[in-house]
Design a protein around this ligand. Structure first.
Ligand SMILES: [Cu+2]
Length: 136
């Protein structure tokens, strides 16, 4: 039984204006095949404001081994991003959209499997716009 249901666009939050082009796919019923995650640990989400040229907050703490959702808002007047320099410890970097323009938001997830201190930066404003993530 390899019936893999089409998992449609997940959860569009909130009331956007109704310019939706609705495809004629109706996903009905069926067991939702969700990510095989560890049960019981609530997702951690962080809100970070991008300013000119600083992160607020700039020093973060996250639990090890847990998926973290980064919710960025650019409240500045310049473009920014968030680039987590975790290649050496995690085997890869994590980052927001390459360019988060003023007034825009960007969301991404990351998971850190090693404890330690990881640096992140705005690629446009190194070395001024930097911060750290303490994985504990
Ligand atoms: Cu920046």
């Amino acid at each position: 039984m390899a019936a893999l249901a089409v998992l449609g666009a997940a959860a569009a939050c909130g009331g956007d204006s109704a310019s939706t082009v609705s495809p004629t796919i109706s996903v009905k019923g069926g067991a939702a095949v969700s990510a095989p995650s560890d049960s019981g640990s609530a997702p951690t989400s962080l809100k970070i404001t991008l300013k000119d040229n600083v992160y607020d907050p700039k020093d973060l703490k996250v639990p090890v081994g847990q998926t973290i959702t980064f919710n960025l808002t650019n409240a500045g007047t310049a473009i920014h991003n968030m680039h987590i320099l975790s290649q050496s410890t995690e085997g890869r970097d994590f980052q927001s959209e390459l360019t988060v323009t003023p007034g825009k938001t960007s969301k991404f997830t990351a998971k850190f499997n090693k404890k330690g201190l990881i640096k992140f930066q705005c690629d446009f404003h190194v070395p001024d716009m930097v911060g750290t993530i303490s994985v504990e």
